[in-house]
Design a protein around this ligand. Structure first.
Ligand code: NDP
Ligand code: OXD
Length: 313
């Protein structure tokens, strides 16, 4: 029985190298292989995937489980040759949730306390006071109330921000004003000074951060996108920033990653760019989650966080 790490990202990348180290140290007898060196295809029973190259998974006749090394699975599902009967688990871990909560809280506070504008003033050498929005009146909207969205929403509510959340199915969460379904999207948006995209990428959510969504927000709202780059219509964001409908954006994910060097986002002072680092999770803890999942699969125990292929997340 062998486990294959299947990714097009260079496995010497810091996070992957540390994860591989952790897996090997914690379970020295694990037959761990790293793409493209997978040996005999019939020996591969578990694939750990992150942005896997398409067409590879079908080569393994004894494959029993695919586990995403991220919270999302869209790049696994878009493989046209994906063997349909294999269960797909995704990664949920405490450190990942904590990192996401930290990142988003920081971004919300930067907008509420107007740090982007202060950075511009600093470059101009101007000592100027800007009014501060009262946090109890600064409504935050979280698109996606899953593992990460709920973590973020609860933290911000604890910090006294009015918090709204939007999901596919109806939800009731203490301290959060919940909305669900496309028909309630506009109502949800109507009071949000900042929105945070924590949706999975599916045909329904692709392009959701677009002109219509921006127009439904109060004037000078801010956008935080930590979902996927394809959630955002980039040209619509630039026009909304130019018109003043949107005051600022904090973006961690992009249509093309790495963000091309000549992309206008790099030099736009209204946009904060980070290189998809919001919440990879700590390799040490991710290794524990991966090994638990492998053990459950091999021992025939029920698997946690299986995705529903029809729903797309
Ligand atoms: P979950 O699957 O736990 O939650 C997804 C949420 O989105 C659910 O609340 C779901 O609603 C909602 N949703 C899905 N489709 C729709 C829709 N059509 N309309 C309204 N709501 C919808 O995912 P996670 O919270 O674990 O992760 C969310 C995403 O965050 C990931 O898919 C990934 O893209 C991104 N991510 C980014 C990272 C980064 O570093 N930038 C790190 C980790 C994740 P319902 O509850 O009704 O099912
Ligand atoms: C994820 C991510 O999906 O890191 O986990 O983007």
């Amino acid at each position: 029985m062998a486990v294959l790490i299947l990714t097009e990202i260079d496995p010497t990348d810091l996070w992957f190298a540390e994860l591989i180290d952790q897996l090997q140290n914690r379970k020295p007898d694990l037959d761990l292989r790293v793409w493209p060196k997978y040996g005999k295809p019939e020996e591969i029973e578990i694939v750990l995937a992150w942005r896997p190259p398409p067409g590879v998974m079908q080569r393994f006749p004894n494959l029993k489980l695919i586990m995403s090394l991220g919270a999302s699975v869209e790049t696994i599902l878009e493989d046209p040759d994906l063997p349909k009967h294999i269960p797909i688990a995704r990664l949920v871990s405490e450190s990942k949730t904590l990192q996401m909560v930290e990142y988003v809280t920081l971004a919300v506070l930067m907008f509420q306390r107007r740090f982007i504008e202060y950075q511009t003033l600093q470059r101009l050498g101007r000592w100027e006071y800007l009014s501060v929005a009262d946090s109890s009146l600064f409504t935050v909207g979280v698109l996606g109330l899953g593992v990460l969205g709920l973590g973020v929403a609860k933290k911000l509510a604890d910090m006294n921000f009015p918090v709204r959340g939007w999901s596919r199915k109806r939800k009731t969460v203490a301290g959060i004003e919940c909305f669900h379904g496309r028909e309630k999207l506009e109502l949800f948006l109507s009071k949000c000074q900042v929105i945070i995209c924590l949706l999975p990428l599916t045909p329904e959510t692709k392009g959701i951060l677009c002109h219509e969504t921006f127009s439904a927000l109060p004037s000078r709202a801010c956008i935080i996108n930590v979902g996927r780059g394809q959630h955002l219509v980039e040209a619509d964001l630039l026009s909304a920033l130019d018109s003043g409908q949107i005051a600022g954006a904090c973006l961690d994910v992009f249509d093309t990653e790495p963000l091309p060097i000549d992309h206008p986002f790099w030099s736009d002072s209204r946009i904060i760019v980070t290189p998809h680092i919001a919440a990879p999770g700590l390799p040490k803890e991710v290794a524990d989650r991966v090994l638990d999942t492998i053990d459950s699969s091999l021992e025939g125990r029920p698997l946690e966080y299986l995705i529903d292929c029809d729903r797309g997340y």
